[in-house]
Write a protein that binds this ligand. Structure first.
Ligand SMILES: *Cc1c(COP(=O)(O)O)cnc(C)c1O
Length: 366
């Protein structure tokens, strides 16, 4: 390992423990992990293979290309059901079929195109229907779904395996939108009694039995994020980002640290310069309240995070020497706390981690 490279450790045993937690909470419902965006930046291949070992047989991705890549990564020995949230946009049908993917059709136009394609194809093609219950993002409106249910000819050639919807406010336990969407979903899914129903993301699973239905679709909770925007004691951290100290320097009272001279030392400091910056996913916005963990203590970030470097306060800490590793995210600097310090959500922290750090997988499946 080059001496100044950051290290991203991905603990797939922790991933497995989080999967087991969702299994337990979901009762008899299937837990189908969401591995879109390269499993939130953690690596869809290693993540999905380990989850397969733990018993996962269905997965969700966003893009067609993600589905194709996941099919290739899982290989012929792991014939998972891979669902694609984007559905069947224009001209994607042959590739969906070639990679044996299950599009979640999300507009009348997609239903029409995929149904027409399937009739030319011979066999009925598996797919899902996305119902919009209030998010106003993707999905058929209730009256569009009803119209489809009443004209089966429009669904000819389609093997509708799933009806799903997505919660807009699941991360706010008390939000009235949750029960409203759950009610709309329950009524609509009754139009397709043979299809399996799916409503809950990670936070939705924590909202209780009304939200579970047949399949739950957790993402962030598997990867170490708490369901309600704060750390949850039962969810284990999966990603640990560490970087080495490059230099330790004395900063006298009255001096400043970093770009913009934004941090002014009101006393004498010892400052460690750490080989990680926003190009490694440490969001620049986190410098004011962000902190690292080193030698048994939290260490405030001092001054702005730059592209390759950041500074931390190691006053009075003899262990701070070049080469020593600092935790920037992990079992102490929790994902949800790092997100709060950066004014964002855990999802964005994970998906920004990037490629520069050396990646180590612990507990990878064979
Ligand atoms: C991303 C996504 C999920 C997973 O959400 P988490 O909050 O990460 O658990 C589930 N369903 C849909 C439609 C999504 O887009």
């Amino acid at each position: 390992m080059p001496a100044s490279r950051a290290r991203l450790t991905l603990d797939l045993n922790a991933l497995a423990a989080n999967y087991a937690l969702f299994k337990a909470m979901a009762g008899g419902s299937e837990v189908a992990p969401v591995v879109k965006a390269d499993a939130y930046g953690l690596g869809a291949g290693p993540v999905a293979k380990r989850l397969w070992t733990e018993g996962a047989r269905g997965f969700f991705v966003a893009r067609l290309e993600e589905g194709e890549a996941l099919r290739a990564a899982l290989g012929p020995d792991r014939p998972a059901a891979i669902h694609v949230f984007d559905g069947a946009p224009t001209a994607s049908a042959p590739r969906l079929v070639a990679a044996d993917l299950i599009p979640i059709l999300n507009s009348p136009a997609q239903v029409e195109v995929y149904s027409a394609f399937s009739r030319g194809h011979g066999n009925a093609l598996p797919c899902g229907l996305h119902l919009d219950t209030g998010m106003n993002r993707l999905g058929l409106r209730a009256e569009e779904l009803e119209a489809l249910a009443q004209s089966p000819d429009r669904l000819q050639g389609l093997d509708i395996r799933m009806v799903m919807s997505h919660l807009a406010c699941a991360d706010q336990e008390e939000h009235a939108m949750n029960a409203r969407q759950a009610g709309r979903f329950r009524r609509a899914r009754a139009l397709f009694p043979d299809a399996r129903a799916s409503l809950a993301n990670s936070a939705g699973v924590f909202l209780g039995p009304d939200y579970l239905h047949d399949v739950v679709r957790p993402g962030i909770g598997l990867y170490g994020g708490g369901p309600f925007g704060r750390a949850h004691r039962a969810i284990a951290p999966v990603a640990t980002l560490e970087a080495p100290i490059l230099d330790v320097r004395a900063v006298a009272a009255g001096e400043t640290v970093g770009y913009g001279a934004d941090f002014a030392a009101e006393r004498a400091y010892r400052v460690a310069i750490v080989a990680a910056g926003y190009a490694d996913g440490l969001l620049r916005a986190s410098w004011k309240t962000g902190r690292a963990w080193f030698a048994g203590d939290f260490r405030p970030l001092l001054g702005r995070v730059s592209m390759d470097l950041l500074a931390i306060d190691v006053t009075g800490c003899d262990d701070a020497q070049p080469g020593a590793m600092v935790e920037l995210l992990g079992p102490h600097v929790l994902l949800d706390e790092a997100a709060e310090a950066a004014g964002t959500v855990s999802y964005e922290i994970l998906t920004r981690l990037g490629e520069r750090a050396e990646r180590l997988y612990v507990g990878a499946a064979g």
